[in-house]
Design a protein around this ligand. Structure first.
Ligand code: ARG
Length: 465
């Protein structure tokens, strides 16, 4: 059976092989760009009218047809056909059905190569803005939680061994700092995404007197891209987005890992709300942190998309190559993954129930105040290295006795160093250990309170872009 007439079919003597047709088509993926495709077509048609390539009547007919198609897309009335290959040719075919032969004039001074890059950039610009707001919501939730839980002392770790006590709020603000960088990285990626390739044509520009600045402005782009070859060949913006997205996922994954550890029986630092957890089909007592585990797990697919696109692009000669059709699926999957993970994480944070007693006990347990005893001696003039050695021996004594440092009698302390006086007991208290860390960026309550106030001010003054 003869297939539907192809838009590019003029020079072909035989029909496309059925497997080739299915293999070549991208409409299953790129139909997500339908609204952006129609918006791009409208801007292009209006511009063609303004510069006199189309008559006012032709322009009006095309705009009316495109508006009708927008309603069709919104209502889900368009049946995208694999035989029409991609979203661009599906919509052009529908337009011509609606408006007749004038539909064929829309593609004047345009190619699918600039069209697809335009649609993709427009779509990604919008998605990045959604993601920036979601990252901001996570930052706000963390700052709220830092404020609500001020005063809770927990162990800070290195090598996952108890190191020095910190405020839980300080730890939560460290998570927030990761997201602060993510927001900035997304804003940076946005700058190089929100540029217009429209009017670059297939690769070399066009003979028609088009106005690329007009279409760029009409679509909300910051500017048209300067070099027509680059405009249709560049996918850096998608790679940059995937790199920023990978870091967002890395951060979510690290937080998830800590929440998983902290909610395990060995730690007992936090309970996740029932509605964010699941049970076991066999063990009735179980409450599993599936959401955190899945966020951690889904990080892999976003990294995969980054590597995938870098690899697709690495050997491509200028300008467009069909390989580049592979650019969208990974980016769209990353966007959907980030949207879901960021939303779930932001929803969970306010409902985390931190267990102060368990955190405090763990912080007090493992000689986490030993550095402070060394600092105490160093502040009295003993070289830090010697102080370290003195305290190391005291820790060994305390381990032998099975007691914390602050339970050693003053004689024992003074036998180790004559510099130790009975104010040492105050210096070793958990609160003192935390609150004396007033160095810039340290965990003292006064610092953390100031950091919370500073964050709140930033949120007010700089809404996400
Ligand atoms: N479906 C194609 C893509 O996603 C559109 C551009 C096709 N251009 C071409 N000359 N075959 O990349």
């Amino acid at each position: 059976m003869k297939q539907p007439k192809r838009m590019w079919g003029g020079r072909f003597q035989e029909d496309t092989d059925a497997l080739v047709e299915a293999f070549n088509a991208s409409v299953d993926v790129d139909q997500q760009l339908a609204m952006e495709d129609l918006e791009g077509s409208m801007a292009h048609a209006r511009m063609l009218g303004n510069v006199g390539v189309l008559t006012a009547e032709e322009t009006d007919q095309l705009i009316a047809g495109l508006e009708g198609l927008m309603d069709d897309v919104k209502e889900g009335r368009i049946d995208f056909l694999v035989s029409l290959e991609d979203v661009h040719m599906n919509l052009e075919a529908r337009l011509t059905e609606r408006v007749g032969a004038v539909g064929g004039k829309l593609h004047t001074a345009r190619s699918r190569n600039d069209q697809v890059a335009t649609d993709f950039r427009l779509w990604l610009t919008r998605q990045i803005r959604v993601l920036q707001r979601l990252v901001r919501q996570n930052r706000e939730a963390l700052v709220e939680a830092a404020e609500a839980n001020l005063g809770i002392v927990m162990p800070g770790y290195t090598h996952l061994q108890v190191a020095q006590p910190v405020l839980l709020s300080h730890h939560l603000l460290a998570w927030e700092a990761m997201f602060e960088r993510d927001e900035a990285r997304l804003a940076d990626a946005l700058k190089r995404t929100n540029l217009s390739p429209l009017g670059a044509g297939a690769l070399a520009g066009t003979t028609f007197p088009i106005d690329r600045h007009e279409t760029a402005a009409a679509l909300g782009f910051d500017a048209p891209i300067g070099n027509s070859l680059d405009a249709v060949s560049d996918r850096d913006f998608a790679v940059e987005f995937l790199a920023a997205a990978s870091l967002v996922m890395m951060h979510l994954s690290r937080m998830s890992e800590e929440l998983i550890l902290w909610s395990s029986q060995g730690f007992g630092f936090v309970s996740q709300p029932d509605r964010h957890t699941t049970g076991s089909s066999i063990m009735p007592q179980k409450k599993n942190p599936d959401v955190s585990e899945l966020i951690r797990g889904k990080t892999g697919r976003v990294y995969g998309s980054l590597m995938g696109l870098l690899t697709v692009m690495k050997g491509l000669p200028l300008a467009y190559n069909k390989d580049m059709q592979e650019d969208k699926e990974g980016v769209m999957d990353a966007v959907a993954t980030l949207r879901a993970c960021l939303t779930l994480q932001a929803n969970m944070v306010p409902d985390l129930e931190f267990h102060e007693d368990a955190m405090r006990a763990a912080a007090a347990e493992a000689y986490s105040n030993a550095t402070d005893l060394a600092d105490y001696l160093a502040a009295k003039g003993l070289p830090f290295r010697e102080a370290h050695d003195v305290v190391g021996r005291l820790v060994a004594d305390a381990i032998r006795e099975g007691v914390p440092l602050e339970a050693l009698p003053l004689d024992t302390f003074q036998a180790a160093s004559a510099l130790i006086e009975d104010d040492v007991y105050d210096a070793l208290k958990l609160e003192a250990v935390v609150d004396r860390r007033t160095s810039f960026g340290g965990t003292a309550t006064s610092n953390v309170k100031a950091a919370i106030a500073e964050r709140r001010k930033t949120f007010e003054e700089q809404p996400p872009q």
